[in-house]
Design a protein around this ligand. Structure first.
Ligand SMILES: Nc1ncnc2c1ncn2[C@@H]1O[C@H](COP(=O)(O)OP(=O)(O)OP(=O)(O)O)[C@@H](O)[C@H]1O
Ligand SMILES: [Mg+2]
Length: 218
């Protein structure tokens, strides 16, 4: 279970302060399938980054089951992410030093999983990019990079999957296939939280959280 209590996030650059989140209160149960929607700049990515422990809140409390994430040090946060969170980033965040195959394999190595090849190939095939496995990410199209980022997140097999606009670079058919994958892993008990601008994608999620100007609105 994820509990956010009065979470705020301020970004301070030189003299300018941006209040990206202004008191977020939300509880997300294990196994939920949630869409976060809202206009550009409303705070969606900031919120997802905090849920994924990629960033610190400025104030408030974040509980994940019995653990207070807002009280963790960097080492504890790293462990927490490794065990619990997979992330599909808005900008994909693939590593160009490595091939497509190696990018997807990375979270499996981090978690000391053996017999990785069949797992990696399985997700590359699911995403329709198995034939691209030896390429480096920057030599792929935007949609192919997005599918690689999704394969990496799914292969990690963590209890929580967070995805920032996971279908933003994809045509409707491919986006549909990706949603089917997310629905399947959600059926298997995983919590899925995704950000989308696409009303059709949001409607397929079991719960929609609207965020406007750093606040959740009903
Ligand atoms: N690193 C940063 N430094 C300063 N301001 C930031 C930073 N990241 C985000 N912001 C600001 O915080 C606010 C929320 O940004 P955020 O990225 O969460 O929006 P978003 O809802 O994800 O938008 P989009 O739909 O365009 O991705 C925006 O006003 C943005 O300019
Ligand atoms: Mg964003």
């Amino acid at each position: 279970m994820i509990i956010l209590k009065d979470i705020t996030k301020d970004y301070t650059n030189k003299e300018q302060v941006t209040h990206a989140l202004r008191g977020i209160n939300v509880t997300i149960q294990d196994g939920e399938f949630v869409a976060i929607v809202g206009t550009s700049g409303s705070g969606k990515s900031t919120l997802l980054n905090i849920i994924g422990a990629m960033d610190y809140a400025t104030s408030g409390k974040y509980m994940f089951h019995d653990r207070e994430i807002t009280a963790c040090d960097l080492k504890e946060l790293h462990e927490f992410r490794k065990e619990n969170i997979s992330f599909v980033f808005q900008n994909f965040a693939l590593m160009d030093k490595y091939t497509v195959y190696e990018n997807v394999e990375m979270p499996l190595i981090a978690r000391h999983i053996k017999h990785r090849k069949s797992i990696v190939m399985d997700y590359l095939e699911k995403m329709g990019i198995a034939d691209l496995k030896n390429k480096i990410p920057s030599h792929l199209s935007g949609g192919q990079q997005q599918r690689c980022a999704i394969a990496r997140a799914l292969a990690a097999d963590t209890p929580v999957l967070l995805a920032d606009e996971p279908t933003g670079a994809l045509d409707q058919n491919t986006g549909n296939e990706i949603m089917k994958c997310f629905e399947e892993i959600n059926k298997n008990g995983k919590t899925v939280i995704l950000i989308t601008h696409d009303i059709n994608i949001a409607n397929r999620c079991k719960r929609v959280i609207h965020i406007e100007d750093g606040k959740i609105i009903d």
